[in-house]
Each structure stands twice: as C-alpha cells, then as structure tokens.
Design a protein around this ligand. Sequence first.
Ligand code: PLP
Ligand code: COI
Length: 341
Amino acid sequence: MDAKDIDYYALGFEFIETKTMFVSNYKDGRWDEGTLVPFGNFEISPAACILNYGQGIFEGMKALKTKKGDHVLFRPEENAKRFNDSASRMLIPNYNVDKFVSAVKKVVKANEDYIPPYDSGGALYIRPIMIGTGPTVGVKPANEYKMIMFTVPVGPYFPEGFTGIDLEITKKYTRAAPGGTGSSKTCCNYAGSMLPGKEAKERGFAQVIFLDAVHKEYIDEVGAANFFAVIDGVLVTPKTAGTILPGITRKSILELASKKIGMLTEERDISYKELFEVSCTEAFCSGTAAVITPIKSVVLEEKKRIFSEGEPGEITRKAYEMLTGIQRLDIGDEFGWVEKI
Ligand code: PLP
Ligand code: COI
C-alpha cells in the first residue's frame, strides 16, 4: 500500500504491506551480508523444516516518531539477544547482534514514509523472522535458513486501548510446560494459543490469562503479553522460570517502578486466587504490541473480579506515562534505552 494512502489515525494491528524488506540467507555454514529487497513472496521447498516441523522464530519491535520528528528504536540490542536465545533453543544458527541492529535500522529507513505521525500514537512495527528453509524429512534441523525483516504500520494491539480489557483465566488450556519452549519466541507457541484466544473472544473477552501447566494455579502470561499486578502495594509479575517470554517491556517496567516510581517490585509465583483478594488493587499487561494495557476485569468460571470501570489504576498510569514518555523521548532517556536511527 502506498504510504500516503494510509489513515494513520485509524490503525489497528492488521497487516499492511510496506515497500521494502531485509533478507539474509544462511548456507554452507554461514550467514550472508543480507540485503534490502522489495517486499514480496519467495519460493520455498515443500520439505522446508519450517513448513513441516515449525523450525522458526520471530521478534517484535517498534520504530517511533518523536515530537521533534526523529525516528527511534527502543532497546533493539535486547531483541537481537532474545532472537539468538530463541534461535539456540530451536537449533537455528545465531545472527550477529550488531548486524541485526544494523538491519533493523536499514529496513526502518527504507520504509520511513510509513512511520505513523507522533500524535497518532502509532508505530512502525518491525517483524524479524528466522526460518529453516532447508528440506528435512526426519525430525532434525535444516541446513539452510532465511532471516527476513519486514515492517507494518500499527496502532493499538487491543482496540480497547488504554481503557482496559476484560480477560478470562483459562484452566482448559495451558501455553507452555517446564522444559518446553515457553521462553522462546518460536512460531509454534503462537499457533497453539490461537484456539484459546478465539474461544475467549467468542465469549466477549479480549484474551486469556494462561496459568502454569503443572498446578494450573500460578499466572504465566496474557496471550502475547506479560502480566503485572499491584498486590499489597508491591508491583508483582510472574518470574521468568522458562515458561514465559522474558519481555523487554516487562524488564523496563520493573526498572522504572523501582528506580523512578519508588515501588517495591517482586518477580514471583502469583496465584490466580490473589487477583480475587482486596489486596490486589490493579492489574495490567505489557508488551511491544500491547505497550501497557490496563486489565479492567478477570473472570474464572463463575468468579469475576472487576478492577475498574475503565479508569486505569494509579500505578498503571504512572508506568504507562513513564514508559511511553521515554520511548518517544518526551521525557529524558536516563537509562539510555532509546536509539536514534
Ligand atoms: N509474552 C509473549 C508471549 C509475547 O509474545 C510478548 C511479545 O513480544 C511478550 C510477552 C512481551 O514481550 P516484549 O515486551 O519484549 O514485547
Ligand atoms: C509483540 O508484542 O511484539 C508481539 O510479538 C506480540 C504479538 C503481536 C505476537
């Protein structure tokens, strides 16, 4: 789609084709330098490992326009490192961190006409993927890979935006078991979450809250976002023990809460039962796509806990203003998280 034909003030989180993508190929034991090419289809063997065994990973990042008109990224090296952690879990060859960040900058620059205006609240979402393209029939890693980065202009992930979402705690489905692939951003984790998400949406919820696979008691995460709650005045979030994605937004919020909001923070097991107690006063979820989305209510079977009628809690609002303020350089980036392109 032509950049000038997009209504940047009405964007949701839907695919829109942009002009250029970055492609790098792995063959004979090494990655090539990679290059920018027009966005488009490519050929792949029906026996490709990604098509048969799901050997693939991805990342998600955003390029934002600041008030001054600069184009910025948020902690891109963190995405590069997590990309390699996911790759290692899937036996995919790692990609040099500096080359990853440089490719992100190249693909954003090539698609800069698609970066939504500052006051639209939108972003240019960057989607790096890495897939096993080599043919396999036995269950083993491919010998050839592709790394692709494409971009999509996006608005809010949840249409409810900052007014908050209603979530259903599921005991029917789990997302990841100990020793599995929950902490990797591998494609298969997301394919498996689509049915739980669809069923919850049919019942009027924005998403599901997944519980741990062993006890079905402790909160793992919210669809494709991390979970936070304020309990007894402490900002708590599930610990990263292998079943949840170690979110970069999550890590940043924890640092902001302790260093800038002056709150105690805790990474621990959180029983879903705690959400139904009066000591739990706020809840929200976090992610690159979700940013900070307040949770209005949670439901488990017949039990419902309403946190608010749409007004985000005080801590949720503070964390949101601080995080998004730094991300768009409206406030000082004292942690050095923002990189200009
Ligand atoms: N959890 C899952 C399953 C995700 O897919 C994401 C999105 O990337 C997150 C959490 C949040 O991670 P981040 O803040 O790095 O975007
Ligand atoms: C992100 O927040 O970047 C995600 O990857 C979430 C989702 C769109 C899969």
